[in-house]
Design a protein. Structure first.
Ligand code: PLP
Length: 423
């Protein structure tokens, strides 16, 4: 399988090349040149997540240097539970938050780390992963790459702009992971990363790569849990489920669209966004209009210009075909709060604000089978959740053990020479 750019102005590349490059040279995003087709029967006898994953992703790895390692990569990356729980007659919830940093980004980050560490193994110089984060992504990436040989990670986050628990998840690793608190805002962190990629000293002295959400190595593994959940649901009920997906940058939802296209037993896809409305308005018939993001309680979905929209539009023949295939609803902060407050009584569940967006959308849909995607553990957002439910949220064991690790960071000015001085 070869991978091509959404902008069609770069040569096609191998999977390994696409993983190492991140972005295509023409500025586009890598997509598979074609999507393989599967039938339910192709997965007969496969139950475990890593087994289903290896079967699903085999066509994408075919002919690549990593092909022989795929089964092992799936085992390594997907080493935590992805339970599908029944909430009521027609509603299930797919919990993606049982990984080391308690959010679904662990799946993509761990898979990418397993791939890149194999590709970096033979190189004379270590691979340097630079990651700017406003909170969640950096923790998942740091955890995934921690102690991977021949790779170093440098996490940049805005000083004083992340929650205490988020900061701990960025700064508790040590070894090959370093955390820099930048005196500035998130955009400054992103600019420092961009400047480093363009800087002669960095180009000469480091082998740079990025692990942000546009890397194809984060999208491909996300298809695995859609395949598993839809197959499990189908085997149990004989019915195709629809998915309700909390959406920001469209990476998680894109994986579901690809899985649907590939023939997995998925009935339909419903996107759930917070008050950031570009996707909802576009699907409602207006032109594509990115906007500055607005802050909401579901902050990991505060995106006004979703980067994966380019891949979504590439998947469909034209915008009308996309509007026919996918629906979306937007939920405001008051509805998020109400859904969290009512969740305990209605379902005996505590939802994180992102999951609550999807849950609220599900409640507006007809009584056909739906799987709601739960993207983070509520203990990560205790400052929002606890006052609403009037009791503490229990911290899951993975997060608890992480909070016990000592934390360390270096504070720097928002200038590249400050970061360079620390090398
Ligand atoms: C990143 C994130 C999302 C949004 O996922 P996208 O792939 O950007 O659409 C939703 N919920 C949580 C908890 C996240 O961290």
């Amino acid at each position: 399988m070869k991978f091509v750019s959404t902008r069609n102005a770069s040569p096609s590349v191998t999977l390994s090349q696409a993983l190492s490059d991140g972005l295509a040279p023409d500025g586009g995003l890598y997509v598979p040149e074609a999507l393989p087709r599967f039938a339910v029967e192709d997965f007969v006898g496969l139950e475990r997540v890593d087994e289903i994953g290896a079967r699903l992703l085999a066509p994408f790895f075919e002919g690549d240097a990593l092909a022989d390692s795929l089964a092992q990569i799936c085992k390594e990356a997907l080493n935590f539970a992805l339970p599908l729980k029944r909430l009521d007659e027609q509603t299930s919830i797919l919990e993606l938050f049982h990984g080391p940093t308690a959010a679904f980004k662990d799946v993509g980050a761990r898979f990418l780390a397993s791939c890149l560490s194999r590709l970096a193994a033979g190189d004379a110089r270590p691979l340097t992963i630079l990651v700017a984060t406003s909170g969640d992504t950096g923790g998942a990436v740091a955890s995934a790459f921690h102690q991977k040989p021949n790779i170093e990670v440098q996490v940049l986050y805005p000083l004083g702009k992340v929650s205490p628990r988020q900061e701990h998840q960025l700064t508790c690793w040590g070894d090959n992971v370093r955390a820099f608190a930048v005196r500035g805002v998130f955009d400054d962190c992103q600019r420092l990363v961009k400047d480093a990629f363009a800087d002669p000293w960095w180009r000469e002295n480091k082998r740079l790569s990025s692990a942000n959400s546009i890397n194809i190595g984060r999208v491909l593994p996300q298809m695995i849990y859609y395949a598993c959940a839809s197959l499990w649901h189908f085997r149990q009920s004989g019915q195709n489920a629809g998915f309700v997906i909390p959406t920001g940058n469209l990476g998680n939802a894109l994986a579901c669209m690809w899985a649907h296209e590939m023939g997995l037993p998925i009935r339909e896809i419903m996107l759930a966004t917070n008050a950031n409305r570009p996707i909802v308005d576009f699907l409602g018939g207006s032109g594509w209009q990115p906007r500055p993001s607005v802050s909401t309680l579901a902050s990991a979905m505060d995106v006004g210009d979703p980067s994966n929209m380019e891949r979504v539009r590439h998947l469909f023949a034209d915008d009308d075909a996309l509007r026919t295939a996918i629906r979306a609803l937007s939920v405001d902060d008051a509805m998020i709060e109400e859904t969290i407050r009512d969740g305990l009584e209605r379902y005996r569940e505590v939802f994180c604000p992102h999951t609550a967006v999807a849950m609220c959308v599900r409640e507006q849909l007809p009584a056909t089978p739906w799987i709601v995607v739960a993207t983070a553990h509520p203990a990560k957002f205790e400052q929002i959740v606890e006052p609403l439910i009037g009791r503490p949220v229990e911290i899951p064991p993975a997060l608890a053990s992480l909070f016990e690790r000592p934390a360390h960071h270096v504070e720097i000015a928002a200038q590249l020479n400050a970061l360079t001085g620390e090398q």
